[in-house]
Design a protein around this ligand. Structure first.
Ligand SMILES: [Cu+2]
Length: 309
């Protein structure tokens, strides 16, 4: 399956693309589609007619960064990258073109086609980024000890990261109203598949736990986290979802370079993705960036971390 991040935000991309090629970003919204864990069938995409202005052309990724109008029922007006398929449609446009196009969305993918140039916009000014960079905590790398943080899980129970000492912990960051199929829904689906795979493989590790931490604590109550988890066939014995107070979330996310919007409407919740595997001794084993890792990589990292510490 193609794994091109189709939502690479312009302001952040400019800031970070030079040093972190793997980064991808998107903005969130209020109309999160449901994702079915494990669904492999060919899916008919939902389509939307969209208008906008081309801000930037990412030729190497076959992406257009478009400042688009509101897409009723799907997302607010914003500037974001779109994968173009077929890629020869890339040659139709230049920065500053006003365009109309069709957007196609499936559970794990999104792209655009049928691009028509409507005219030119003269006043092309980049939008300011609404994200805040959290940098209060030390960046962690493999081998570093993760400090203890306290969160509240999907059952309303207080948990500490140290509760998982003695087990391998796979930790990722999501928010339940993320509307972009290839961001939080894909990561959560990957967690669901990794859990299934570990449970189904004879001789695989059983000494692990998955933890999805929401960075949208004002919205993601235990009830919502539980309802979200149940869409992905989670198992409370092996997978927890949690969120917490900002004094816990800020350093925890900052350790791994997670970037996300705050004090912005959910549809402007830009963020990147980080998935971390922690050894049983509490030390970082591996950090998986972006949404481009495969389920097997996570499974292998969980297995390897269990042997490492
Ligand atoms: Cu997301």
């Amino acid at each position: 399956m193609k794994r091109i991040p189709w939502l690479l935000f312009l302001p952040l991309a400019l800031l970070l693309s030079a040093c972190r090629k793997e980064e991808s970003y998107h903005a969130g919204g209020t109309n999160a589609p449901t994702a079915e864990a494990g669904s492999e069938a060919e899916e008919v995409p939902t389509t939307y007619e969209v208008k906008g202005v081309v801000r930037k052309i990412n030729a190497d990724r076959n992406q257009l960064v478009v400042k688009h109008e509101e897409i009723p029922g799907f997302m607010a007006a914003m500037t974001m990258p779109f994968d173009v398929r077929p890629t020869n449609e890339m040659s139709k446009v230049k920065p500053g073109d006003r365009i109309a196009f069709r957007m196609l969305v499936t559970t794990n993918d999104g792209w655009i086609d049928s691009i028509r140039v409507l005219g030119k916009e003269t006043n092309v000014v980049a939008d300011p980024s609404p994200v805040r960079f959290v940098s209060a905590a030390k960046a962690l790398v493999a081998g570093d000890l993760l400090l203890d943080y306290t969160l509240t899980n999907e059952l309303g129970k207080t948990i500490r990261l140290s509760d998982f000492r003695g087990k391998t912990l796979a930790l990722t960051f999501i928010f339940t109203r993320c509307p972009y199929p290839d961001f939080c829904p894909r990561i959560t689906d990957h967690f669901s598949r990794a859990l299934k795979k570990l449970n189904a493989t004879p001789g695989a590790s059983t000494n692990f736990h998955l933890l999805s931490v929401s960075f949208d604590p004002e919205h993601d109550s235990p009830e919502l986290l539980l309802a979200y988890a149940e869409r992905y066939a989670y198992d409370p014995r092996k997978w927890s979802l949690a969120t917490g107070a900002w004094d816990q979330l800020e350093p925890l996310t900052a350790h791994f370079g997670l970037i996300f919007g705050r004090d912005v409407p959910p549809e402007k919740m830009e963020h990147n993705l980080r998935t971390v595997v922690i050894r049983p001794d509490g030390k970082v084993h591996a950090i998986l960036n972006s949404n481009e890792w495969e389920v097997d990589e996570l499974v292998q990292a969980i297995e390897a971390a269990g042997k490492a510490g």
